[in-house]
Design a protein around this ligand. Sequence first.
Ligand code: NAD
Length: 489
Amino acid sequence: MSLLNSSIPITFNQLYLNGAYSASHSSESISILNPKDNTLVADGIPIADDVDVDNAVRFAEAAFNGPWSKFSATERSACFHRLINLLEEKLPEILRLDSLTTGNPVSLIPTRESNYIRNCLLYYAGWTDKQRGDYFPDDDGFVKLVRHEPIGVCVAINPYNSPVASLFIKAAPCLATGNVLIVKPSEKSPLGSLAVAALFEQAGFPPGVVQVLTGDGSTGARLASHMRVRKISFTGSVATGKKIQVAAAQSNLKRVTLELGGKSPAVIFEDANLENAVTWTINGILARTGQVCVAASRVYVQRSIASKFIDLYCARMKEAVKDIGDPQEVETKFGPLADAAAFEKVQAMIARAKNECELAVGGNRIGDQGCFLEPTVFLNPKPDAEIYKNEVFGPVSVIKTFDTEAEVIELANDTEYGLMAGVFTRDINRAMRVSSKIESGVVGVNCVSVMNIQVPFGGKKASGIGREFGEYALRAFTEPKTILINMNS
Ligand code: NAD
């Protein structure tokens, strides 16, 4: 079964191992439906078993210790640039393929998706030859050198919402620092990752440097507890992140970085540019139908402007229904939720929330087929309302009013999550004060739900461990080695 028009030779019934699509040892498989109408997109997608995982690790070790270790920094960078050129032509088709299973609208492809991936690869292509070590003089008789060395066989375990971008965010710093990578995409959206895998070899990366193992949580668990995997870079839910941390500790203490969920607050002060605040907070909850880790799902608005802001915000959320539709149509801005399980989970949370908050907008299914949901706004949540406390991962926000700066900082921080926040104000002193007090890995001032490849991204508290993006990602894929040279020998 081929779903691609181009020359990428792929059937989706195979794994990508050691530079070739090959049959899985496992006989278990997955089927995936298109969430717009629940029609079958692909079936027979293998669930990689122990033998498949062992094979991938063996090939990865051979690549890491063999041909890949001999590439100079310039040669590694050249591979990145060839990959960027290949993607110029092939990426749109691969992302359209992923749209069939994620429900991500194809309208995002030419701008948001492609630019994000291209910028990420260009950024890390420039880092391959700039990873300095350190030198300390022999004042005590020893010259001290510090090298940043690759970790070895790394694994990316990815979530369903943005599968190809997730792959590149992990692959780029991983490969720039000379590691090798096994990718385990989500069982809900593995097609783009499988399709993109072959491009790495075409770009000159040796076989085994990037491999793709499809499967569900069982495959992820096998990788997380494997004795010769040296690092897991995980993006997904807090619950799975904890399991991976435990599996890593109980196996070989492999290194773990965790990019987990969020319940990101957007704080709108009375002096904010209202139009700007509404635009960012609406985009922040509707992009990918709310299925982003940095979704602005808690909105705090100062009492003096609350009714004006809430009217505008709710009107925009209501209007957004007209932008929801078939994700494969180019004019559609927002698609369905990714599958029936996600849809049912969000619907159940909305139903329970009706007893704990005031429903202001939405709350209903759109149409009678597919996983389409109205943009939904709740007001005045009870302090422990589930919809206010827990990540929804859907187009659902909760608005609460506040009076003082101190009060809103306490409210914003009263959560185990700490991924992203937004502060909307024209007062630079207040922006600096509040952004320093909010407990999250990223704080936007007059913006929210936005990331930038040049600077670290990741969560405080239960939203994660470690950082991606920027130079920090290079540190997460290397370990320092100290060399002591005895000058008196
Ligand atoms: P998930 O945790 O259900 O699954 C993520 C991946 O983990 C999948 O590939 C899955 O097969 C695998 N997995 C499941 N059980 C496993 C186990 N026991 N051991 C190893 N791997 C296992 O998450 P999801 O539903 O796919 O994604 C949504 C979540 O991801 C949300 O919480 C969202 O906030 C988070 N997310 C975070 C970021 C970030 O950068 N912080 C980005 C995107 C998504």
